[in-house]
Design a protein around this ligand. Sequence first.
Ligand SMILES: *Cc1c(COP(=O)(O)O)cnc(C)c1O
Length: 362
Amino acid sequence: MSHRSYNFSAGPATLPETVIKTAQLALWDYEDSGVGIMEHSHRGPLLTKVFDDVDENIRALANVSDDYEILFLQGGASSQFFMLPMNLLGSDDTADYINTGAWSKKAMVEARKFGKVHEVASSADKDFTYIPDAASYDWSPEPVYAHFTSNNTIAGTQFATEPTVPEGVPLVCDASSDIFSRPTDFSKYAMVYAGAQKNLGPSGVTLVIMRKELVERGPDTLPTMLQYRTHANKGSRFNTPPTFGVFIIGEVIKWLRSLGGLRAIAEHNRDKAKILYDFLDESAFFSATARDDSRSLMNVCFCAAKPELEESFVELATEQGFIGLKGHRSVGGMRASIYNAFPREGVVKLVEFMKEFERSNR
Ligand SMILES: *Cc1c(COP(=O)(O)O)cnc(C)c1O
């Protein structure tokens, strides 16, 4: 097989090697059916089993109870920014949002189109380099839900755990860039959503885990495709869903279970991130940009003491097979995205490369 680079891209991102190899075979002939996985009907027995299995495996992996629907939707996490308020936020209602960066802001912009948005806390004062302290949270009296972004892909910050909301307030989370990266008590959440392309599979699918009573709540006046219950009532197959993407998510979830589940992957992720942060802390040339207590284990953002060398660093890294290290265009610097499937070996080799770069550019 030809050579594969270490892909630090923020998304679409590295997938597990075993999953890609399984997919290669499935594309040609899925389970000796004589038909490739992409060519099977979404209502046929083989795809029905794929959908049933992925539901069951997600519940087993993450301990998601029958009080929740698991949906596979389209339009990316970005479409959840409006679909959620469309279904739950009336024009006189208020929703609470914790503003921790670009994705939170985008979610708030969409919610304001349907109702009132109250900003509970924000880290805008320091370019979103930290997660606001819980003591500073200012909840509104009766929010219909409270929304946060568990991992901030662009700024490289992450909530250590979910915020504690006032009693009875449904907690909603955009977990696009850290879903299933660590043990999470989903019973504390009313809804979790995630675009697949960072931690789950290919782009084109959005995973939604949502309490059944919320699924039912959207007004009848909404377009059918934009009501959650439409998809829940048809097992995410009201129309033709992204079947290949759901198949890959299924394989990724099986892979996570085979590694030992969320505890095991969390250990693996902590270990990988520590290698990189330890180096950044001791380096005189590179430094991490997020505040110590807010550092993301998924997206490690860093900069160089000589910013004029960042471009040549990224270029040289690319030449040596470390792909996708350029920081998001809105913040600059560098970013190493090391989601679940990113191999430890790639982090070790990146640190070696960075040490060498530091030596020759001090
Ligand atoms: C990537 C990302 C999104 C946008 O996802 P799309 O699937 O491209 O719409 C939203 N939120 C977070 C936290 C992300 O990382």
